[in-house]
Design a protein around this ligand. Structure first.
Ligand code: GLC
Length: 435
């Protein structure tokens, strides 16, 4: 990390802090943040974990509370839902009455999101001032984190391949990525119930997914619901089963961090299981390497083929430290080639891919949180210059355009929601050091 003084831009830091505070809400189980007012009025799984990093620098107890609140809504099978619907809101669709997961008193969705929690817990601990509280929090969270990872590596990998399956594009966090399109269109919309989406009331439709995709997203939710979210009945009938490079990279890193956390609080009982997962997952990553693209790509488990597109997810295996020596220079070369088409790294879809769209979400724009994870990964390989390039790009985007949800990789325009929580958190925790 470079050494620019923290708080070099006091107004930015103040504004980012205010965004975290203004987007804070109170639920029965504790406080949490919404990703942004109106557009996303509930608690989102990976948003909260990454946002906790932002709190950690100025209010450690609040950082822990954010994660605790999320895990209070973990399912009995270990899944941590992608949305917790703490309060009613009409400004978001699909709400609890569409999901109908039967969770009470607080409703949740029925799918998960990238399991970045354990890695965030480790990062919060590493810079914590109050080690006593930090250890107590870790002790309480460990069994929950373990159950969450076990859910991914058993229910979502019943054959023990080392690659967790993703059953809905929204689960990947890169919701509208072109990677999912072919598999998504296998989902029949014949019995789709009528609906009214709300996102395009709030954000320019050119920056959101088109209707044809939305229909398939909802048809897939309907299929989950019709099968009562039961993994055993669902899996054989699902037309959408993907090994997402992003989830698998984040899960592998999370398992390494879980082992690390076990050492910190000297709780060793599940250590061997997690160690075995790490070994299995590391080997399984080989299957996601696409030689033709010189990058890691997601895998369509139904069509049994690689989804050969270079996306920002292609670089997340760096975050997992899963890139072997022979592949590292090739992957870095691919990353460098992005700079001939985009001024700002890392575009969510390579501008060389035919589906590239600089405005539409996950089809080109840059996300600060993905940049953070890729930069962290680069640092772990001693690739300081490239990590700095990504940090500097992120800081420039935020300074010049504000705390937007995502940014045009060509001219930097801020897109999607404004006053966005995890973007502000990334400034506080990371990007300000590159300003
Ligand atoms: C969008 C993003 C997802 C994020 C959510 C809330 O759905 O694709 O990754 O968690 O917004 O910010």
């Amino acid at each position: 990390m470079n050494t620019a003084p923290a708080h070099a831009y006091p107004q930015m830091t103040e504004q980012a802090t205010r965004i975290l505070e203004q987007n804070t809400r109170s639920g029965d189980s504790g406080r949490y943040t919404v990703p942004t007012d109106k557009l996303y009025p509930f608690q989102w799984n990976w948003d909260s974990c990454l946002t906790a990093l932002g709190f950690a620098g100025f209010d450690e107890p609040r950082a822990w509370e954010e994660i605790r609140t999320l895990f209070a809504h973990q399912w009995e099978n270990g899944m941590v839902p992608h949305i917790v619907f703490h309060q009613n809101s009409d400004s978001y669709f699909p709400g609890p009455n569409v999901w109908q997961t039967g969770r009470s008193p607080v409703a949740t969705s029925g799918i998960s999101q990238p399991p970045v929690a354990a890695s965030c817990v480790r990062l919060i601990y590493e810079q914590s001032q109050d080690r006593k509280q930090a250890r107590a929090e870790i002790r309480a969270l460990l069994p929950k984190l373990f159950a969450y990872h076990r859910w991914y590596l058993t229910e979502r990998d019943p054959d023990g391949t080392g690659l967790a399956e993703t059953w809905h594009p929204w689960e990947t966090g890169r919701d509208n990525s072109a990677e999912w399109e072919e598999a998504l269109f296998r989902v029949s919309t014949d019995n789709l119930e009528p609906y009214h989406r709300r996102d395009t009331d709030l954000v320019d439709a050119a920056q959101r997914p088109p209707k044809k995709e939305y229909d398939h997203y909802l048809a897939l939710v309907q299929l989950f619901r019709e099968n009562n979210y039961d993994h055993q009945t669902l899996r054989p009938v699902l037309p959408f089963r993907i090994a997402d490079v992003g989830i698998n990279a984040i899960l592998l890193r999370a398992n390494r961090d879980l082992l690390w956390l076990m050492q910190v609080v000297e709780q060793h009982e599940n250590e061997e299981t997690v160690q075995n997962w790490v070994t299995l997952q590391t080997e399984a990553f080989e299957k996601l390497w696409c030689a033709e693209k010189q990058a890691y790509c997601s895998y369509d488990l139904i069509a049994e083929k690689q989804i050969d597109m270079v996306t920002s997810g292609s670089f997340l295996p760096l975050f997992a430290h899963a890139v072997p020596k022979d592949k590292l220079p090739l992957l870095l070369e691919t990353m460098d080639s992005l700079t001939s088409h985009a001024d700002f790294l890392v575009p969510s879809l390579s501008p060389e891919e035919p589906d590239f769209d600089r405005l539409r979400y996950w089809r080109g724009p840059v996300w600060a949180i993905v940049n953070f994870m890729i930069a962290k990964g680069l640092e772990s390989y001693g690739e300081e210059d490239r990590a700095t390039r990504i940090g500097t790009d992120t800081a420039t985007l935020l300074k010049s355009h504000g705390f937007y949800e995502y940014f045009d990789p060509i001219d930097g325009t801020g897109l999607g929601g404004d006053s966005f929580t995890w973007t502000a958190a990334m400034w506080l925790y990371w990007a300000q050091h590159y300003a």
